[in-house]
Design a protein around this ligand. Sequence first.
Ligand code: 3HC
Ligand code: NAI
Length: 699
Amino acid sequence: MTAEYKVDGAIAVITLNNPPVNGLGLATRRAIVDALDKAQADAAVKAIVITGAGKAFSGGADINEFGKEEAMREPNLNSVINALDNCSKPTVAAIHSVCMGGGLELALGCNYRVAAPGTLVALPEVKLGLLPGAGGTQRLPRVLGVETALNMIVSGDSVKSEMLGAIPGQKLFDKLAASPDSLMDEAKALAQQVAEARPLPRVRDLPCKHPEGDAYFQFARNMVKGMAKNYPAPARCVDAVEAATRKKFDDGMALEREAFVELMWTAESRALRHLFMAERAASKIADVPGDTPLRDIKSVGVIGAGTMGGGISMNFLNAGVPVTILETKQEALDRGVATIKKNYEAQVKKGKLKQEKYEERMALLSTTLAYEDLKNADLIIEAVFEEIGVKEAVFTQLDAVAKPGAILASNTSTLDVDKIASFTKRPQDVVGMHFFSPANVMKLLEVVRGKATGKDVLATVMKLAKKIKKTAVVSGVCDGFIGNRMIEQYSRQAGFLLDEGATPQQVDKAIEKFGFAMGPFRMGDLAGNDIGWAIRKRRAVEQPDMKYSATADKLCELGRFGQKTGAGWYDYQAGKRDAIPSDLVNKMIEEHRKALGITPRKISDEEIVQRLVFALVNEGAHILEDGIAGKSGDIDMVYLTGYGFPIWRGGPMHYAGEVGLFNVVQAMQRFARNPNDDAKFWQPAPLLAKLAAEGKQFS
Ligand code: 3HC
Ligand code: NAI
């Protein structure tokens, strides 16, 4: 069922019913139009109320339809709203919970609107790289005023109904209901009251003016240019709202429609729509049913109060979950707690956190030196030194004290989660929770599924991730999991680029221009070049045929570990983070190049970007083949939320689809022919080769 039709006395009630959020897909649109026809044909019906079943009035156009034929089929949303505009009987929208996008546009097509308090009202299309496409840019300014409407359209942010209802002179709501429970009665009462009112008020007939339009729209354009330089949609929103103030209603509608269709085909919108879907899909695991019973997590233990332990604890304190941190020494505990306090105090100082909230959070924190104190914790996360012997000692003790059913998690970034699980007699309760640094800030959480990890453990951790506002992605057990396994190949290519003629600053600049938050060398300096050094030393034993440029080792031999040692690929001034190109490093690279017998060549920015990004893509394909990631969208989420991949490009796997997998493989074959690159490196993963040959994409 997509919309129910019922008659209650003289009032017809149309209830959208297309779970989860009453998206306005083709069948729902048809059902609305059919119901409007029925109501108009029934002489007993004097007025019509439109509302939504379940947890939304409507979340807008059905996002699943985008790009499909159904989206284009009549009645499209504009036709539905036309039918409302031309309806012979008064229509009242009874709005509650969520009223967004096309849902709000539908409500604006009604003659009257009643809203429940607490309703989230928004035109969020811009977050999908679009603009409202069913009259939102033309009607919202008419009821809320140009400036408020444009702010909502350009930001896409939700505003509570009571805030909008309080704007002087607003015409968005005819009435705010006393409560969500009384909404329908109040909407029906209004319908009854206006049953005979004629002419029917229509938003399209309201005037739309800005007294200082030229100056205001110039200002709006400048704002948007600065804030959204990689996104075309916000500027088009300004154009459309300006048209509402300058053109006839139907001409404004035509301009909006044209912009909507054009934006729908942009790479940026495709990327943002992919991100929306991939984010929600990431929380679903193919073989873990949605109704898997969850374990109750009311308290958390954290082992280790270092860099990660402190940040991890803050996530739970922020969400109101009590945390007990365990350390081996009181000094370590004191240091850890002091860092947490310092972080919170900085937020209080900046006005981002209220003093009372800070105190509430600190009151949820306790510390201990005794494992016994963790016996009631529902979840215990280990964040101690990255040494298997230390992990063994910790997990053996946890196995001895933790209550049955407690989840035991490790934040390890490189060690084998199955091995860690084997230190306990309850491997089904063990899982990896790989947070990223700083753990209280970074959105990404890789949830590492061991061979024995229970499905209920996975389902619980995925749910918990939402509570602590993380984007969780499931990874299988392998060296580096999804993110770091891929970044290693990217870093190897970055090294080969230096050997062939590029400088660290050229490589960083090229990939930052592509949109990465930070190039590989600046990133190395930030994270510590010694981390990669340790990995390469391990590889030299485990995989001696894996080729690396030796420049990174030479850098570390000079003690240039990055910002923490005041020098790395770049020079740094004391107390500052600005990366200054280093003559010493550039000379070192040149000398190494000479020793290899390579004559440097000018490498284009395009080649740099392709080599770095396609290195990620190829390893991503291996990761899919190996079943380490369940779907390509998961890999994209890892890169978008944890590695600074440009959002408007949708993640490496989506981006590869945009370039065309055929073209990716062609480029890889070209790189393989380069005598100074590593031909083996550029062997396409079988999955990539197969999809490219079939003309398909990863998703
Ligand atoms: N169409 C179809 N499905 C939608 C949807 C939509 N517009 N909005 C949300 N959903 C689905 C989600 O995919 C998810 O499905 P799942 O349970 O299978 O994973 C489910 O609804 C719940 O979504 P969330 O997990 O996001 O749940 P929340 O309760 O946190 O949030 C929400 C609900 C506020 C509605 C949020 O989903 C949201 O912001 N949705 C996007 C709304 C939007 O962008 N609408 C504009 C669409 S474009 C448009 O209307 C064009 C028009 O101008 C012509
Ligand atoms: P850290 O050195 O800052 O902190 C480790 C803490 O563990 C120290 O305070 C130490 O006193 C304590 N500790 C050591 N042995 C202990 C034991 N037996 N019992 C209780 N406490 C003990 O290290 P960091 O960076 O916080 O790393 C911790 C874990 O997180 C490691 O497994 C690391 O691989 C992982 N990780 C680190 C990231 C980072 O960027 N630093 C990112 C993601 C994961």
